[in-house]
Design a protein around this ligand. Structure first.
Ligand code: UDX
Length: 475
């Protein structure tokens, strides 16, 4: 074999996340794990998000230590001032299919050195299409839980059994019987939010299921979860997709592997698209142990002024301390943060535009997390052993909150209710009245999470296996 035909010493992997905070964050952690293992890595980010990532973080500096790591960017096709939030978030998919897909195709044809393997975001079907078209091996990565994927997968069976679509006058507490492994606890209201959208016809729902089925038929599916957490659902999934690599919780996994190299365990700077306000850590330093409720609704949720006021009154009336992340774009209505809310918060609370969440959750002053149940937030809370009050906003979050409350017993589920009295009662239950039982199960699950990313643990071994499988693809 002459020099030119020899495979590269380091296989070249390209990762392409859906341009959203939760996806960029977890895929960048996976990318760093690959870089640590010595692979050649290209991380493809949307222009819009990359500019924000560079502006608000030290990624340039952090990744400079990996000589074979580089960032590339691609347009998402939306105008610069598009909100990319709430309902309008869905416009991303159409725009990327139309405008990003041809650019990706051209980029992959020209890229040097050629890409040996793509890690596509399973929520972004266009990556799989282009990889198949160009004959590039691809693994799919889903940023949601195994259970979330499994529920999407079961949509055709639910339709066939008449359990979907959900009608306007539906009993939302009715049990769903057609998602294997969840028959005893999954109610109508726990299904992913798309299942209850009034404009969701059978064919729209079938489309979601079809995309999910593509994930399971990929040569390999990478998940940010771990065997001890979702083993029962994973064994159902493996009957459809034998090659599943559970490598999570990725943030903990990365911290652990970096500690192997550096000798100390540190929290990595968040891969944030907003400016992180670290002043909340000093405020937390002054609060008693386990006394503060951390409140955050993630990166996509937008709430009405009425909903915000219900949460705020509930928190204030509970007389507990709280730290609230109030993103600049969290409330779409004019007037930004209501003045009475800012003033009234000063007594027992603190507000920031964006927090260093992993560090906040690990702080000893935190006693609970009022969360929208995004999958990253759920994992971060679970690793920190912090019990949760769940108020799911959309997508897989409705299902995550059911698992948190009913299966893992890590907290309370407030879905479909936004009432100050309920908020007050649940905050008191979490911090005082029912604290003991939640803290006990949270500590147990946190211990399992730590074990799985340590040498010999399931996620640790699965990541090594995945890297070996990627190496074997060196073309
Ligand atoms: C959405 C979905 O709901 C989620 O389930 C899916 O997996 C990804 O897309 P999002 O609203 O972004 O997620 O929530 P989440 O998955 O929880 O991710 C938010 C990320 O932002 C977390 O990693 C969290 O640590 C980080 N964050 C949030 C901060 O760093 N600071 C903050 O102040 C708030």
């Amino acid at each position: 074999m002459d020099q030119e035909q020899q495979p590269q010493a380091y296989p070249h992997v390209l990762l392409f996340p859906l341009p959203a905070q939760g996806h960029v964050n977890s895929m960048l952690k996976l990318a760093e794990l690959f870089a640590l293992a010595g692979l050649e890595v290209t991380f493809l980010n949307s222009d819009h998000n990359h500019e924000r990532l560079v502006r608000h973080t030290d990624v340039g500096f952090r990744f400079a230590k990996y000589p074979r790591f580089k960032f590339e960017t691609i347009p998402d096709g939306l105008r610069e001032d598009h909100p990319r939030l709430g309902v309008s978030f869905m416009e991303l998919f159409e725009s990327m299919e139309l405008r990003t897909k041809p650019i990706l195709r051209e980029m992959l044809v020209k890229i040097n050195p050629p890409v040996d393997c793509i890690i596509g975001d399973g929520a972004l079907g266009l990556v799989l299409d282009v990889a198949d078209e160009l004959g590039i091996p691809i693994f799919q990565f889903r940023t949601i839980s195994a259970s979330g994927i499994w529920a999407y997968f079961a949509i055709p069976d639910m339709i066939e059994a008449g359990e979907l679509p959900i009608r306007g006058n539906e009993d939302m507490d009715r049990l769903i019987t057609r998602v294997p492994g969840m028959e005893t606890f999954l109610r109508c209201r726990d299904l992913p939010s798309f299942c209850r959208d009034s404009d969701m016809t059978d064919s729209n729902l079938q489309l979601i299921a079809k995309e999910t089925r593509k994930n399971l038929s990929a040569p390999g599916l990478i998940l940010n979860t771990f065997e001890d957490l979702e083993g029962a659902i994973l064994s159902h999934m493996r009957s459809k997709c034998p090659k599943i690599y559970t490598v999570g919780p990725l943030h903990l996994h990365l911290n652990t592997r970096l500690a192997e190299t550096n000798g100390t365990m540190v929290h990595q700077s968040p891969n944030s698209l907003w400016e992180v306000d670290r002043s909340c850590l000093s405020w937390l330093d002054e609060q008693p142990k386990e006394s503060v409720v951390y409140v955050s609704f993630g990166s996509i949720a937008v709430l009405s002024r009425e909903q915000i006021m219900e949460f705020w009154f509930g928190l204030v009336n509970s007389r507990k301390r709280f730290l609230w992340v109030f993103r600049p774009d969290f409330m779409p209505e004019k007037g930004s943060i209501p003045a009475e809310l800012v003033e009234g918060t000063k007594q027992r609370g603190y507000m920031v535009g964006w927090a260093p969440q992993e560090e906040v959750l690990a702080h000893c002053a935190i006693g609970g997390f009022l969360t929208h149940s995004g999958w990253n937030s759920t994992l971060e809370s679970l690793v920190a052993g912090v019990p949760m009050i769940c108020w799911p906003y959309f997508a897989d979050q409705q299902l995550n909150s059911r698992f948190v409350s009913e299966v893992w017993k890590l907290g309370l589920d407030m879905k479909d209710v936004c009432d100050r009295r309920v908020v007050e009662k649940m905050v008191n239950d979490l911090i005082v009245d029912k604290r003991e039982e939640f803290v006990k199960s949270s500590a147990e699950i946190a211990k399992l999470a730590k074990a799985c990313v340590n040498v010999g643990g399931s996620s640790y071994c699965n990541l090594d296996r995945l890297i070996e499988d990627i190496r074997s693809m060196n073309r």
